[in-house]
Design a protein around this ligand. Structure first.
Ligand SMILES: [Zn+2]
Length: 380
């Protein structure tokens, strides 16, 4: 549903306190006179307030004035997949964590009841933060998912499934129940939005954003400065590129996907060197302790991803290939493996131009991406 201009201005400012009046028209892609009238009405109704900035940017002349919403500060609720469970986090608009907790919900191969329970719990968490107002809930799903559409495929009986398996307009179903805007978005996409807003993708028009986590990896595409979602939320789903026609069945319904190939092959190769059973998620922890074997395996992850990424870079010709997620400094090993393969498998002009770098935001990218999803609602 289209939002009225005043609603869009109020929403945008709610997620962007410190906005100058003059910035709004460009940010909202609206004619300046329309925005000026809307701001004037919101100020006189007491819904927005305008204050002088404390440090004048100019040495002379009038001090600039910035807008914010009156009343409590904005809180964004994030439901994220944390290992085998769920986590609720409330963040302010600067991305600072106000409250966070693991959720009591069982691992939802999430039917609608599990997801509703998760939303209820993030709302309960926000209710304890009196000075804030929860304005939106974001579900950051480790699988293809699109607000307004849901998952791109219903699960087949007996096959592995994505964590969220609710068909239809999941965001609308959840939003109706809780009375707040709910966004449902793939986790790699949420992180890419965070990187675009405040991280390594800021001011880049074309980029590939990769996250490597304890589960495996995810990816997102930035084209012409915006997240490319595709027709049903599948754009940039590098994990589901087929690399073995006769490989194991995957949650996407395909076989031999890159996700499983990378994760399982790496763990199988590494296992012989360790007395205890290890998982993919153990590798960054081991690498961080100086374990050369784990570092080498992470470099192999980068090499395994490098071939498909070389093709992707040849198609997209990105300026940046950013590696984020939960690896921390160990991501450097993955970056090294990707660079090595890109240098020989992508055309020199492409490989020589793309900067393969590690995210400086790390897991915080997901929090900032959740805020950016709130801002994007106003921009539409
Ligand atoms: Zn797949």
């Amino acid at each position: 549903m289209l939002m009225a201009t005043e609603d869009r201005v109020r929403e945008y400012v709610a997620y962007s306190p410190g906005t100058f009046r003059g910035e709004l028209a460009a940010e909202l892609r609206l004619p300046a006179p329309t925005v000026v009238s809307a701001v004037r009405r919101l100020l006189s109704a007491g819904e927005l307030v305008e204050t002088e900035v404390t440090r004048a940017r100019a040495s002379a002349g009038r001090r600039p004035r910035v807008l914010r919403v009156s009343g409590p500060a904005t809180l964004v609720g994030l439901v994220s997949w944390d290992g085998d469970g769920l986590r609720a986090t409330c963040v302010d608009v600067e991305g600072a964590v106000v409250a966070t907790r693991a959720l009591a919900a069982p691992r939802p191969h999430a039917g609608i009841d599990g997801l509703r329970a998760a939303v209820d719990q993030v709302i309960a968490l926000a209710r304890g933060q009196g000075q804030f107002l929860l304005r939106t809930v974001v579900m950051s799903v480790p699988g293809p998912c699109l607000s307004g559409r849901g998952v791109p495929r219903e699960p087949a009986l007996g096959a592995p499934t994505f964590p969220v398996t609710v068909p239809g307009d999941l965001a609308a179903i959840l939003s109706e129940r809780c009375g707040l805007p709910v966004a449902v978005e793939n986790d790699a996409n949420v992180c890419a939005l965070g990187e675009l807003y405040r991280g390594g993708l800021r001011r880049h028009a074309d980029a590939v954003s990769l996250i490597v986590t304890g589960h495996g990896f995810g990816s997102a595409l930035i084209v012409n400065g915006a997240l490319a979602r595709g027709a049903q939320g599948y754009a940039g789903e590098l994990p589901h590129l087929q690399v073995d026609r006769e490989g194991p069945l995957c949650a996407c319904g395909g076989r031999g996907c890159l996700l499983y190939s990378v994760r399982e092959r790496v763990v199988a190769s590494a296992q012989a060197a360790y007395a205890e059973p290890i998982t993919f998620g153990d590798l960054p922890r081991l690498a961080a302790t100086g374990d050369m074997g784990a570092a080498r395996m992470l470099q192999d992850v980068g090499r395994a991803l490098g071939g498909p990424l070389a093709h992707l870079c040849t198609f997209l010709d990105p300026e940046v290939l950013l590696v984020g997620g939960t690896l921390g400094p160990s991501a450097e090993h993955v970056v090294a493996g990707i660079r090595e393969v890109l240098a020989v498998q992508a055309p020199p002009a492409v490989a020589g131009n793309v900067a393969v770098v590690r995210s400086t935001l790390g897991p915080a990218a997901e929090l900032l991406g959740a805020i950016e999803l709130g801002r994007l609602r106003a921009r539409r």
